[in-house]
Write a protein that binds this ligand. Structure first.
Ligand SMILES: Cc1ncc(COP(=O)(O)O)c(C=O)c1O
Length: 377
């Protein structure tokens, strides 16, 4: 009998549907979603506007390849450029975050003809070959994922960055805010240092906004908190609100030869409609400001809970630590309090990535139940 390949550790939860900020299981339980399935559900589950836009597109034009132009791609680029404030980039669409990273690294190498990459310690960029080699976690690399020349720099280590970035570096790759790495970020001075060093050496700066982008940090992109402009931006996750879509945003400073990048499924009309609808709803509901406001409220309130320490993050991308292994706390939250949360590479960390449409009542529910799950009430 065929089975799903057992490569995931899983919660004991059988979902049958989801709506807004809630999941519903086969026992009729209603579970508050504070994780959005790794930060994917940006607008909320089965958001009405999203569902009807995709249904309309699905019944009219689902797919054709990039051998023909689509008005849907142009509409997406117009909206994305305007809403993100990144109008001087062109968009190459793919299907996942890891593909967005692969393509960004290829673009950098096409542009400057170099091989070496500078990556941050504690990073996560995905599981395909280049992305895996740029990820600081040995278990995502198979023996065949080898050979990339990577120099590792700790976040905010200015001296190491200066040493590592030189005329042989093709790109510096950095997450807007490290997600799997436990919600940690470079300081504004560090981002500016990287940008200056890249400019001085002809190196391209790649911002991985796959988890931190699309409004999650309280601005459209997390790097926008630091007053710099990367050469390349990678997006996925929240960009599609559950529809698989990824993209590499390429500064218009760079031109690429026809045929240098390509994909069968990326940028299909349905994918474009998903990303367009996400962008329009982020704009119409002012979700960046909402993430900023509710995130500030959550972080401030979490700090007052005994047993919670080192509350960090921006907007609705939040990490904090509990006194020991967070797994039993997260199990308690799910089993006894019907709240799903995320973990991170460090065992004591809990990661929160709720839909951006969450409200204060949902936050208060978590704040009331977390002390019970921690056993500190
Ligand atoms: C920052 C970051 N980059 C890249 C990826 C890889 O994305 P995907 O799983 O869609 O390939 C992830 C996924 O968790 C991520 O968090």
């Amino acid at each position: 009998m065929m089975r799903p390949l057992a490569v995931y550790s899983k919660f004991d939860l059988n979902l049958v549907r989801a709506k807004g900020c809630f999941l519903y299981d086969n026992e009729g339980r209603e579970i508050l979603d504070f994780y959005s399935g790794h930060g994917v559900i940006s607008l909320g589950h089965s958001h009405d506007v999203f569902v009807s836009a995709l249904q309309e597109q699905l019944s009219r034009l689902l797919y054709y390849s990039n051998a023909v132009p689509f008005v849907e791609q142009d509409e997406l680029c117009e909206a994305l450029g305007r809403v993100s404030g990144c109008e001087t980039y062109d968009l190459f669409m793919a299907n996942s975050g890891a593909e967005a990273i692969e393509n960004a690294l290829k673009v950098a190498s096409f542009v400057n003809g170099r091989h070496k990459v500078v990556c941050m310690l504690n990073s996560f960029h995905g599981r395909t070959s280049l992305a895996a080699q740029c990820t600081e976690a040995s278990k995502v690399c198979a023996p065949i994922n080898a050979g990339l020349d990577v120099s590792w720099v700790a976040l905010n280590d200015f001296e190491a960055a200066t040493q590592a970035i030189d005329e042989s570096t093709t790109a510096v790759l950095i997450e807007g805010i490290q997600g799997v790495g436990g919600v940690r970020e470079g300081s504004t001075a560090f981002w500016q240092h990287l940008a200056e060093r890249c400019k001085a050496t002809g190196t391209l700066l790649i911002a991985d906004e796959i988890q931190s982008g699309f409004g999650r940090s309280g601005k459209f992109f997390a790097f926008q908190h630091h007053g710099i402009e990367p050469d390349l931006i990678c997006t996925a996750k929240g960009m599609g609100n559950g529809y698989p879509v990824g993209a590499t945003w390429v500064s218009q400073k760079y031109a690429l030869p026809i045929g240098s990048l390509g994909t069968t499924f990326g940028g299909n009309p349905l994918a474009c409609k998903a990303a367009l609808t996400v962008t329009q709803v982020i704009e119409s509901l002012n979700l960046c400001a909402r993430a900023q406001e509710l995130g500030a409220y959550l972080r401030k309130s979490l700090q007052d809970i005994p047993g919670v320490s080192d509350v960090r993050g921006r907007g609705l991308m939040i990490g904090f630590d509990v006194p020991s292994d967070s797994a039993p706390v997260r199990q308690n939250l799910l089993r006894d309090h019907l709240i799903i949360t995320g973990n991170a590479r460090q065992k004591t960390t809990i990661r929160l990535l709720p839909p951006l449409t969450i409200d204060k009542g949902h936050c208060d529910y978590l704040l009331e139940h977390l002390p019970l799950a921690l056993g500190v009430h």
